[in-house]
Ligand binder design. Structure first.
Ligand SMILES: O=c1ccc(O)c[nH]1
Ligand SMILES: [Fe+2]
Length: 349
């Protein structure tokens, strides 16, 4: 359903308030040719209504000749900001950046965050932003789960479909997404509500089975026949199944980069207002489909880059793959069983 401009501005006022925007703050709205002008306008108006010093930074769109599709998560690393030091300095001067063009998975984003500037990504359709408005309660639940994940030294994921995956943890930090950027140097994404870390280099092992109904992003497809990934020493070694397996093999091989098979962030969804079914009701280019990443009780794993946490894998191919119905155990203790969050209690909706 359409959201009115007035309501969109009020939503931004709420989320920018949660992001600690007030008259002491400067807010940069980062945009490019493909940004949603309604989101740009609502962010600018809301920040002004909160008394902040507001400015816009507009960057010419950047198209990598080998990138396919319009989903900004598909081809990571190079962005319209890459190489534009003057614009980066202008952005680093802000207390908060509202990113309407997507810096995620770029080295520049990490450099900006290190200066203490906060970044809030907002590129989903206004209807999705409205349906998954962030709350303080979301933050408490995601942080409760993060306290558990930070302590974990191993993760094991199994499912009736046949997944039997494990990795050791601890080399990389835990990342939370609860929908507002309220602390210095924090990046967040509205809408969200999930958490993740990265497997220790070389430690991811076993099998992940994409069952019917699991999701392949950025393809934005629901799997119709099982796809089996065999993982050894942190990398996907074999992909087998039917058509979807062939499609995935062909797509990943296109990049001619062995690092695309590396396992990237792994975690689970905690957002009850995100729906598994939502992707089927949107066009592929409406947004990046955060419903799929955040729906409650999913096991979200991904492939490719780990540069945002200081890893060495800078590959442009990034797949986000949420699975349903998994058991997720940390150090042998369950946090999710059969796709339902069971612990920690404070993380349950
Ligand atoms: O919010 C996001 C979106 C994409 C991604 O890969 C991670 N987190
Ligand atoms: Fe991802």
């Amino acid at each position: 359903m359409p959201v009115s401009d007035r309501e969109l501005t009020q939503m931004f006022e709420r989320v920018l308030t949660l992001s600690k925007v007030d008259k002491t703050q400067s807010v940069a709205v980062l945009k490019s040719d493909y940004s949603n002008p309604r989101i740009v306008r609502a962010a600018m108006d809301a920040a002004q209504r909160l008394g902040a010093n507001v400015y816009g930074v507009e960057l010419p769109a950047f198209n990598h000749p080998r990138a396919m599709g319009m989903d900004m998560t598909a081809y990571c690393g190079d962005t319209p900001l890459t190489g534009n030091l003057a614009a980066q300095r202008a952005l680093e001067a802000a207390d908060l950046i509202v990113d309407t063009m997507m810096l995620l998975h770029s080295p520049e984003q990490e450099q900006i965050l290190k200066t203490g500037t906060r970044i809030l990504l907002a590129v989903e359709p206004p209807e999705v932003l409205a349906r998954i408005m962030p709350t303080e309660e979301d933050k408490l639940r995601v942080n409760a789960a993060a306290d558990r994940l930070k302590r974990a030294r191993s993760i094991a994921v199994t499912s009736k479909a046949g997944s039997d995956f494990r990795a050791t943890l601890g080399q990389y930090p835990t990342v939370t997404e609860y929908g507002f950027a309220d602390e210095p140097g924090r990046w967040d994404h509205w809408p969200s509500g999930f958490l993740f870390s990265w497997p220790d280099e070389g430690s991811a092992e076993g099998t992940l089975v994409l069952d019917v109904g699991d999701i392949l992003l950025p393809f934005k497809t629901y799997v119709r026949e099982k796809v089996t990934l065999e993982i050894e020493e942190g990398f996907i070694r074999r992909i087998h199944g039917g058509f979807e397996a062939e499609y995935l093999r062909d797509y990943m091989a296109y990049f001619k980069d062995p690092e695309v098979y590396g396992i990237s962030h792994i975690g689970w969804g905690l957002q009850p207002r995100a729906q598994w079914t939502a992707m089927g009701l949107h066009d592929k280019n409406d947004g990046m489909c955060m419903d799929a990443r955040a729906f409650y009780g999913n096991f979200l794993f991904s492939t490719g880059p780990n540069t945002e946490v200081g890893g060495s894998r800078k590959t442009p191919c990034h797949m986000d793959i949420p699975l349903r119905g998994c058991d997720i155990l940390l150090d042998g203790e369950p946090v999710v069983l059969a796709g339902d969050v069971v612990a920690p209690e404070a993380s349950r909706a």
